[in-house]
Each structure stands twice: as structure tokens, then as C-alpha cells.
Design a protein around this ligand. Structure first.
Ligand SMILES: [Mn+2]
Length: 341
């Protein structure tokens, strides 16, 4: 992938850089963030790597994640930096703990470079390296700014984690290019064995409790080919005696393994109750589903986030039944438009 002369220029002129990673903080955010940090430091730049959000359980097995500083990004002193680099998100508000894009303008910083692969990008930044065909932001970086030959073993592991995370260990959303890059990372010592074991064969007992309830309560709409699960996190935590991180972990498994693997059901939703409304997360079966699911959010008046087959958005509707009705209306239209079923 080629990057523009404009982007090359701003990168070479910038001495101090802050890298922001987007929510939800996943393997791709952490891997690409730490990989890019390493590259820019090798080029002699001063780099801060900042997250507005807590790191997930997923962070525990990755090297170097203690280098990601958690900060209140809305109050960050952006004047200190020549360049702000945002990774793995297409909307400004994914980088700060704010409700809408208009609540956050990077402290008025002008030089913002967004590096991303999400289809639903809002193209909010002055500079951009955007490749919606790439599996992950890690892949975008490996094809552009990062010199693979210079990677340490830990950095290779981190970037491999980015590829693994966004492709479900090379099950979907990857290309020949992704595999070529993965191969080079293994040559550089990427420890894929520890990653595969940690992410696919290290479930907790709490995961079983959460999965069991989630599956039991999953509802199906066979006509439109979707499933949904309403989660009241507060209640579940209390009744199942689990913590927030355990909820995250159990629902992560449900989403990524089961939600896209039910015959005849092409789309799955989880509606997680938040303060004012719901965090709606979706997964599509990448073989059967033809609807670019990030459009669901935009059709409901919120900015759609994510990909064709994975993503989420926050809606300020506090009644699950009302929200489900709205969701169904949108789906009826999309199912027709994309001639699905
Ligand atoms: Mn990604």
C-alpha cells in the first residue's frame, strides 16, 4: 500500500507524537499501538501511547502493555505534540471517554493522522492511511510505516496478535497478504503458540456460567435470520457472582464464537444495558451475511461503527422492547436491499 506525500511529510517533520488507541480496546489496538510506538522511537521520535479506557483482560498475556498509559484524553495537553496519531477507529469519540463526536476535538490539534481499516470510517482526520481491504490496523502498519526487519521478538508477537485478533486466528477477513505478513512475523520470532493458547484454549469457569446463561436466553428471529440477547450487566453480575472483567470475557466468547455460527441465522446481536441506553454489538456470519452491518447504526441515527460483520454502537433508548422494534424495522429494509434470505 502506498502512502501519500502529505502523510510522509508530516511524519518526517514531527518530533513528538501521541498515539491514541480506540475503543473497544482489542488485540489490534494494542498490537498496532505498541508496534507503531516501537517504530517511531527507532526513528528518534518522542512517543506517548495513550488509551482513554482500561485495558481488557486480553492485555494480560501481551508483552509491553504496561507502556500504554491510561489518561483522560479529553483533558490531554495536545499542545505538547507535533502530531496526533489515532489508530483503529473511524470516529473521533472512539478515542476519548465522550458520548458524541462533537464533544471531542483533540484539544483543537490540527495535525491528526488516522490509521485505520474500518469500512464505516467518518474520515475525521486531516491526514489518513485508510485501507478497508486490510484485515487490521496492524496489517495497514506492516504494509506501510513499520519496517518488519527492525522488529524485536516482542513487537513481532504484538503485531501478530493484531492480525490474529481481527481475523479470529485467520478464519475470516484475511487475504494472501495477511498470511504473507504473518509468515514474516513468525520469522521474526512472533510467539503465536502462546497467543493461540491464551485466546482460544484458556477459558475460565466464569466464562461457562456467563455462556450458559447467554445461550439459554438467546432469542431467534428465523424469518429475518437474526438472533439477539439482552444483557442487564448489573443483574447478571449479581446473580452469577461475576465481576465486570469476567462478564466482558464471557460475552466476548459468546460474540466471537457462537453469535456468528448458527445455521440459518446470519446476524447476531447483543444488547448490553448501559447507563442511559444500550450498547448494541453485532456479528455476522461472514460466509452467509451480505448486509454491511455497520449500516445498522447509521440507519438508527447513530454513527455506525465497525465492519461488515462485526461492530457496535451506543443508542440512548432505555427500553429493550422499543429498541428491538426499531432494530427489526431497520433489518427488514436492509434484508430487502441486500436481497438476503
Ligand atoms: Mn482492527
Amino acid at each position: 500500500m502506498k502512502i501519500s506525500r502529505k502523510v510522509k511529510k508530516i511524519l518526517s517533520e514531527s518530533e513528538s507524537v501521541v498515539i491514541l488507541i480506540s475503543r473497544p480496546i482489542d488485540l489490534d489496538c494494542m498490537g498496532s499501538g505498541l508496534g507503531l510506538r516501537g517504530q517511531l522511537i527507532k526513528e528518534g521520535k518522542m512517543v506517548d501511547l495513550v488509551s482513554a479506557f482500561d485495558l481488557p483482560v486480553l492485555a494480560e498475556v501481551l508483552p509491553q502493555t504496561s507502556l500504554i498509559e491510561k489518561k483522560n484524553v479529553s483533558k490531554l495537553d495536545f499542545d505538547k505534540y507535533d502530531l496526533v496519531i489515532t489508530l483503529d477507529g473511524g470516529n473521533a469519540r472512539q478515542f476519548a471517554d465522550v458520548a458524541s463526536d462533537s464533544d471531542f476535538n483533540f484539544g483543537g490539534a490540527l495535525n491528526i493522522l488516522n490509521i485505520d481499516h474500518h469500512l464505516g470510517s467518518m474520515h475525521f482526520a486531516k491526514y489518513e492511511i485508510w485501507d478497508p481491504k486490510a484485515s487490521s490496523t496492524s496489517e495497514v502498519l506492516l504494509s506501510t510505516l513499520i519496517d518488519i526487519d527492525l522488529l524485536s521478538k516482542d513487537e513481532a508477537t504484538l503485531l501478530y496478535a493484531g492480525l490474529l485478533g481481527d481475523t479470529g486466528n485467520f478464519k475470516y477477513n484475511f487475504s494472501a497478504k495477511t498470511l504473507q505478513l504473518a509468515s514474516k512475523l513468525i520469522d521474526k520470532g512472533a510467539d503465536f503458540k502462546v497467543l493461540v493458547n491464551q485466546y482460544f484454549y484458556s477459558n475460565q469457569k466464569s466464562d461457562f456460567k456467563i455462556l450458559s446463561r447467554a445461550m439459554d436466553r438467546t432469542k431467534f428471529n428465523d424469518k429475518l435470520g437474526y438472533s439477539y440477547l439482552v444483557v442487564n450487566e448489573k443483574l447478571w453480575k449479581k446473580e452469577l457472582n461475576v465481576k465486570h472483567k469476567e462478564m466482558e470475557s464471557g460475552l466476548y466468547l459468546y460474540k466471537n464464537i457462537f453469535l456468528r455460527s448458527i445455521d440459518g441465522i446470519n446476524i447476531g446481536f447483543i444488547l448490553v444495558k448501559t447507563g442511559k441506553g444500550f450498547y448494541v454489538q453485532f456479528r455476522g456470519n461472514s460466509y452467509h451475511n451480505k448486509i454491511p452491518l455497520f449500516q445498522i447504526g447509521s440507519s438508527m441515527g447513530v454513527i455506525g461503527q465497525g465492519h461488515a460483520n462485526a461492530g457496535g454502537f451506543i443508542v440512548e433508548e432505555s427500553d429493550a422492547e422499543v429498541l428491538l422494534e426499531k432494530l427489526e424495522k431497520v433489518l427488514v429494509k436492509l434484508v430487502q436491499k441486500y436481497n438476503q434470505l
